[in-house]
Write a protein that binds this ligand. Structure first.
Ligand code: ZN
Ligand code: ZN
Ligand code: ZN
Length: 323
């Protein structure tokens, strides 16, 4: 069963892909499907014997260009659609042990270029309204393969989290005449208390009202709606600040800190979102201490209201000091 069902209460689309239950789960490192094919008689998902960055369709996709018809029919207030879209895997390196942080700024820059290229290619597809670049790192956030990699989903509509941000930003633009995130960047730069890193084109900071104790947002100074609006030096600056954030995380915790990285940029539908879309990346580690996790519980999952045990200013100071 592969299909999308809409929850009538929230209006949100949910994707069902039951074949994913059988996907490769934490294989031993000598059977890693994302390693290069070193022995042609035992091919992996990557046909080359070595590579820098590799991109390909997820073998266990939740959304595809030509999905099968849904198993159930829509009825009453319940909507169903085929699971149209795209799910791609971006492998950051042929080195199984590497992380994005350990690969260094030049390789991160290459990954930034790949993200931009896929954003452009998937965004041109009629059936895709939003290109979502993300990474799940670490078993506590549900990673099933340890090889350093991220993912790109192409959704047929703008997913709920960026959709809500865009609606808030659109309202702010109508009322105040400015881009909300442009104001956030200016104010965080001036205040400085929550800054984690900064360079000519980007800042990294713990948000004023962070959801997670060590949440960090990386935001372009300029109003760049997407990666495609970044200059060459801007892309270098993004690679540099990503490395700083990632190295800081691992240094503060003393181990490769698991996190979810989510990139929010302009939708690729024709919804005229450019004026309120401002490129940013959100890192949400689940740890609140090296031996303690923050779980989504009643208030967060049931109420959508986050409780945070760490002051953002303290988290930022700790991350600054760790590097
Ligand atoms: Zn591997
Ligand atoms: Zn802006
Ligand atoms: Zn966002």
């Amino acid at each position: 069963m592969t299909e999308r069902r809409r929850d009538p209460l929230s209006g949100e689309w949910r994707t069902f892909a039951t074949h994913r239950q059988d996907r490769t789960f934490l294989p031993p490192s000598d059977q890693c499907p994302l390693c290069p094919t070193r022995d042609p008689s035992v091919p992996t998902e990557v046909p080359w014997s070595s590579f820098d960055v590799a991109v390909f369709d997820n073998r266990f996709p939740s959304m595809v260009a030509h999905p099968p018809p849904p198993d159930v029919a829509a009825f009453g207030v319940h909507d169903v659609l085929p699971a149209t879209g795209a799910t791609e895997v971006v492998v950051y390196s042929d080195d199984h042990q590497a992380t994005l942080a350990s690969l260094g700024q030049d390789r991160i820059r290459l990954v930034v270029d790949v993200w931009a290229e896929r954003y452009a290619a998937l965004g041109q597809r009629e059936d895709i309204a939003y290109v979502f670049v993300f990474e799940n790192r670490g078993e506590v956030v549900g990673v099933t393969l340890h090889h350093p990699h991220g993912q790109i989903y192409g959704y047929p509509e703008i997913p709920p989290v960026p959709a809500r941000e865009l609606e808030v930003a659109r309202r702010h633009l109508a009322e105040q005449g400015t881009c909300l995130l442009c104001e956030v960047v200016a104010q965080e730069r001036a205040d400085g208390l929550r800054l984690v890193a900064r360079n000519d084109a980007f800042i990294a900071f713990v948000p004023f009202a962070a959801r997670f104790p060590y949440e960090v947002h990386v935001v372009a100074h300029r109003h760049a709606p997407s990666l495609l609006d970044l200059s060459d030096p801007d892309r270098d600056a993004l690679a540099a600040i990503l490395e700083q954030v990632l190295v800081g995380y691992d240094a503060l915790f003393g181990f490769p800190l698991p996190f979810i990285m989510a990139m929010h940029q302009a939708p690729s539908d024709d919804g005229e979102w450019q004026a309120v879309s401002h490129l940013h990346l959100e890192f949400t580690p689940l740890h609140r201490a090296p031996d303690r996790l923050k779980y989504l519980a009643g208030s967060e999952l049931g109420g959508g209201a986050f409780l945070n045990d760490v002051a953002p200013e303290r988290a930022a100071a700790a991350l600054r000091a760790a590097r």
